[in-house]
Ligand binder design. Structure first.
Ligand code: HEC
Length: 442
């Protein structure tokens, strides 16, 4: 059985709060069009404010008219170009729950509002403001874990810090949702919650001075991701709403395991404050029928030649045990530009599972299908990753570009898509199939 090291990487954040100045006088306002108070703020509440509120990751707030007024041209542009809200899965592929995608109607309403001088309208039309005072979105979790001490990240440069937290659980538990509350919302860029059943993360912590330990790659310890075990509870990125799994399925959190929070800090170069990020865990309301296993489609054997702007790395697998697909999460580093994953059934029918055509390390995430996708026996799963190893790739960490292959470091690459699946016919407590669920084609 192939053991792999789950990994992610250091990233140069190109996130800059570029704000377009309004250089021309606003056009005269025509009565009767959309107003901020009536239509537009409702779109902002549904689609923008999770990130665009004071103290969160976006560079300005969109809570009030005064907040939005200096940015109207940029708002029109970013929404028309579908750059905001950030959502990397292309619309024609995969049907995802909670997709952060504006409807054409919403885009047109915003454009009309801006073209008409962005009127405030009647404040009596305003909805009840959303409250971001730090409550848990799903109510009080069953278990809240955080590292014993706060950690102050460096003021400049990205940092990946891992915090192992003992669960002290006397028995295996079943998890249907997690939520993560960053201590310092302005610098916590994203968080991945790994599960450590060996205690290795504790040793890494002891070997590294200060709270937690630095690990730019994965969590630094080896997880047997291709065996059917607990590997991760998922992750969190700004704007992510906690995903609640359907009642019949859950992730497992084994007795006495540690939850390792890997926090990506992206400081803005001015100051940082001590952070003590918390994870809230919601147990399944009743014993699930089936567990979700996280399995990778992966290619570790590639060399991306220097100066190639479009180098493709494939991976194909055959399904050896019928399954249902709930979650999908592509993963590459800084040279990654595209990731496309398809399932081809025995009858030739092809299903597009996910397509990311503008990969951005800063906006990787986990996608949940609206309905679980059946992956019958002998389905072919094929992944194609495309890398840009030219000078033209602004994120290229090597100047001049050099050959890059699989590895843990910033300057290395990865080619993985994680799939969260249930195994058909295998209910909780039943012994697991001896045949591999996915077999890599050679
Ligand atoms: C998931 C978090 C998130 C959501 C949701 C979101 N934004 Fe943003 N927004 C950001 C971040 C972060 C930036 C800073 C630039 C970047 O990282 O791409 C940004 C930047 C912007 C900018 C400035 C872009 C520029 O470079 O000039 C505009 C305008 C904007 N957002 C509008 C919106 C609007 C309108 C919505 C809702 C329709 C929205 N955003 C939803 C996170 C978000």
């Amino acid at each position: 059985m192939r053991r792999i090291v789950l990994a992610s990487a250091f990233v140069f954040a190109l996130v800059a709060a570029r704000q377009r100045a309004v250089l021309h006088p606003p056009p005269p306002q025509v009565p009767g069009g959309p107003t901020f108070s009536k239509e537009v703020v409702r779109i902002f509440q549904n689609r923008c404010q999770t990130c665009h509120h004071p103290g969160d990751i976006a560079p300005f707030s969109l809570m009030t008219y005064a907040d939005a007024a200096p940015h109207t041209d940029a708002i029109k542009y970013e929404t028309q170009q579908r750059l905001m809200p950030p959502w990397k899965a292309t619309p024609a592929c995969g049907d995802f729950a909670d997709a952060r995608v504006l409807t054409q109607d919403e885009i047109d309403t915003i454009a009309k509002w801006v073209d008409n001088g962005a009127p405030q309208g009647n404040v009596a039309d305003l909805p009840t403001p959303l409250n971001f005072d730090g409550g848990w979105a799903l109510g009080q979790p069953d278990l809240v874990l955080s590292y014993a001490e706060a950690y102050k990240p460096p003021v400049t440069g990205d940092m990946y810090r891992c915090f192992p937290i003992p669960t002290n659980l006397p028995a295996d538990m079943y998890v249907s949702a997690i939520d993560i509350k960053p201590g310092d919302r302005e610098t916590v860029h994203h968080v991945i919650a790994y599960i450590d059943t060996t205690g290795d993360s504790q040793k890494l912590d002891e070997a590294d001075p200060g709270p937690g330990y630095t690990s730019f790659g994965g969590p630094g310890f080896t997880i047997s991701a291709s065996s059917l075990g607990a590997t991760t509870l998922g992750g969190w990125a700004p704007g992510a709403r906690p995903v609640v799994l359907p009642e019949d399925v859950a992730l497992s959190l084994p007795a006495q395991s540690r939850v390792v929070l890997q926090v990506h800090y992206h400081p803005h170069g001015i100051k940082t404050i001590p952070d003590q990020t918390q994870i809230g865990i919601y147990y399944a309301k009743k014993k699930p029928k089936q567990l979700i296993y996280i399995l990778p489609l992966i290619n570790q054997d590639f060399i991306i030649p220097p100066n190639d702007p479009s180098y493709k790395v494939p991976a194909t697998y055959t399904v050896g045990w019928p399954a249902h697909l709930y979650l999908i999460a592509p993963h590459m580093h800084l040279l990654g530009r595209k990731m496309n994953v398809n399932a081809t059934l025995v009858n030739g029918e092809k299903k597009c599972l996910i397509n990311v055509d503008d990969w951005d390390f800063n906006w990787q995430g986990q996608y949940r299908f609206s309905e679980p996708v059946p992956i019958p026996y002998h389905t072919k799963l094929s992944l194609e990753a495309t890398y840009d190893n030219s000078e033209g790739n602004l994120r290229n960490p090597n100047h001049p570009p050099k050959a890059v292959s699989w590895g843990e470091q910033t300057t290395d690459e990865m080619c993985i898509t994680f799939l969260g699946v249930t195994l058909d016919g295998i209910t909780l407590g039943q012994s697991l199939p001896k045949t591999p669920v996915f077999t890599q084609d050679r």
